[in-house]
Design a protein around this ligand. Structure first.
Ligand code: 5RP
Length: 217
């Protein structure tokens, strides 16, 4: 099985979390795209979706699923999203697709956060994948300098603007052993909107597709 097939297997396994006549939270990325593509037969059972990006919103709408504003959602029983890395505590790095802030907001609201991923995402220590940080454009250099003080090597994601009209710094060279502490420290830098560490709000479940089958944590 190649990586794309593993993503589809993870997405298929997550279908069991769909609850009739409830709002579903939908993340962003190629693994989530596999999940959205499986949703068409369920569209009459799903009340509506809240979405973490314009791209996912368009994909959901194209198969006839209504997408509502999160402020209009009375509850979000389940949120399905991918990740760039997960450790064994289900602390995540997210934001490779640049949607981390809206992803964090939906994850905060959701009762259950189910992460879907192929086995390449499961790591012992977070940080091999550069940590994305969404930053207000005028604060970019200031935030970069502060990140260097924390031991990271920030790289501006050139030519990319988030759905919130901000920019992304990807932090290389981090070995993240204390994810919660680092998440808090980065959030304290003025100009940071959000960072891609999901440690204070980790996933509740991880569906990991491996060459030997699905593993659930
Ligand atoms: C987007 C994300 C994605 O969930 C993450 O980048 C994983 O994407 P993919 O499923 O394409 O590997 O956080 O901001």
């Amino acid at each position: 099985m190649d990586q794309q097939q593993l993503k589809i297997e993870a997405a298929k396994t997550a279908l069991k979390y769909i609850q009739d006549d409830e709002i579903i939270g939908i993340g962003t990325g190629s693994t989530v795209n596999c999940f959205i593509d499986l949703l068409e037969p369920y569209k009459n059972r799903i009340k509506a979706a809240v979405s973490s990006s314009e791209v996912s919103t368009q994909r959901l709408k194209s198969i006839g699923i209504e997408v509502i504003d999160l402020n209009d959602a009375d509850s979000v029983p389940v949120y399905i999203d991918g990740a760039d890395e997960s450790n064994t505590s289900l602390e995540l790095i997210k934001g490779g697709g640049g949607a981390l802030t809206r992803e964090k907001i939906i994850a905060a609201v959701a009762e259950k956060f189910v992460c879907i991923a192929d086995e390449s995402k499961y790591v012992e220590t977070l940080g091999q994948f550069p940590l994305p940080v969404e930053v207000l454009p005028m604060a970019r250099s200031h935030v970069a300098r502060e990140i260097v003080k924390l031991g990271g090597n920030p790289v501006y994601r050139a030519g990319f603007t988030t759905d919130n009209n901000n920019v992304i710094l990807d932090i290389h060279s981090l070995e993240i052993n204390q994810a919660k502490a680092l998440e808090s420290k980065i959030n304290q830098i003025v100009g940071v909107v959000a960072n891609g560490l999901f440690a204070h709000r980790p996933a509740d479940h991880l569906i990991l597709a491996t060459k030997n089958g699905i593993k659930e944590y």
